[in-house]
Each structure stands twice: as structure tokens, then as C-alpha cells.
Design a protein around this ligand. Structure first.
Ligand code: MTE
Ligand code: MO
Length: 165
């Protein structure tokens, strides 16, 4: 017992380190708040571009109502971002720099390959180009998503995500 306890403590510590979210090195472009297992700043999870682009992502070309012709988007899957934050909840409020907000069910992240696009045609998106982040539904995978319900959830200039139970 005297020997195994310190061993167990080291093991548990190593385990919690493995799921922790590193602090951002660059400019913070996304803040997630709510009930989180992996906060990295004042109870929130903050991300810079490199942190987001290191997550499991997708790259897909599609048409959208906001762009001309087929264009390629890439970025982390929304579910990978939520998992990195250790977010628990059912409803997301996605907030943009221009004050726009949309309610998005968490199922849109887990049931669909919805991405938090960081790039358009391979280039980071400026605020003028609806960046730095845009929620992009997999319109290329399912034409049934191409309607006002999902357009209204397609928030661009995303700044923060609030996770509610
Ligand atoms: N940041 C931001 N994203 C937004 C909006 C907005 O006003 N600001 N409007 C939403 C709504 S209601 C729709 S239908 C589409 C419309 O985009 P559009 O105005 O470029 O056609 O974007 C969605 N994303
Ligand atoms: Mo809309």
C-alpha cells in the first residue's frame, strides 16, 4: 500500500495532463464557455488558429449562398473543438463579431460533419471575408441541408460559443 499509492498518484496526474488543453501561443480567435472539463483560461477554453488546425478536421469543396461557385473550406470538425474543450451540453449559442447569434443543437456537431472553417480556398479568412471562423455545414454531403434552417445556423465571423445544458 505504501508503495502503490504514490504510483497511483503519478498515474492519475499523467492521465489528467493528457486531456488538458494547452494555453494558446498566438492570438485567441475562439472562446468556449459553459460546463467544460478542459478549461485553459479563467474557466473558459480559448483557442488560437494553430490549436484549432491541429484538431481532427475536414476539407471540402461546396457551394454556399455566401460564396461564388464551388469553393474549398477547411478547418476542425465542430465536434473535435467541443471535445478539446471537454464541453458538456445540448445547445450551443454561436456568437459573431457583428452581434449575430444562432442557437445550434449539439447534434449538428455529432450527427453531421459540421466544421468550424478556418480557411477558404486554403487561405485563413479575414474578418472582411467572413472570418476568422465560419460554421460550415456539409452541404457537399447532404443537399437536404441546403435551406434556411441551416443557413441561419451558418454563423460567420464567429467569436465565441456558449454551451448550455
Ligand atoms: N455573423 C453573421 N452570420 C450570419 C448572419 C449574420 O447576420 N451575421 N446571418 C445568418 C442568416 S439568418 C442567414 S440566412 C445567412 C444569410 O447570409 P447572407 O445575409 O450573407 O445571405 O447567414 C447567417 N449567418
Ligand atoms: Mo436568415
Amino acid at each position: 500500500m505504501k508503495r502503490t499509492l504514490p504510483f497511483l498518484a503519478v498515474f492519475l496526474f499523467a492521465g489528467s495532463q493528457a486531456v488538458a488543453l494547452d494555453p494558446p501561443q498566438g492570438e485567441v480567435i475562439l472562446t468556449i464557455s459553459g460546463k467544460l472539463d478542459h478549461p485553459n483560461r479563467d474557466g473558459q477554453a480559448v483557442f488560437d488558429l494553430a490549436m484549432l488546425e491541429a484538431l481532427d478536421g475536414r476539407e471540402a469543396s461546396m457551394e454556399t449562398p455566401w460564396t461564388k461557385g464551388e469553393i474549398q473550406f477547411s478547418g476542425p470538425l465542430l465536434r473535435a473543438v467541443l471535445a478539446a474543450a471537454g464541453a458538456h451540453g445540448q445547445e450551443l449559442t454561436i456568437k459573431a463579431l457583428n452581434g449575430y447569434e444562432a442557437e445550434v443543437p449539439v447534434n449538428d456537431a455529432y450527427g453531421l460533419d459540421t466544421m468550424l472553417a478556418t480557411r477558404i480556398a486554403g487561405k485563413p479568412m479575414s474578418v472582411r471575408e467572413k472570418g476568422p471562423l465560419m460554421l460550415v455545414y456539409p452541404f457537399d454531403q447532404d443537399a437536404g441541408l441546403y435551406n434556411e434552417r441551416y443557413f441561419s445556423r451558418s454563423v460567420w465571423q464567429i467569436q465565441s460559443i456558449e454551451v448550455a445544458p
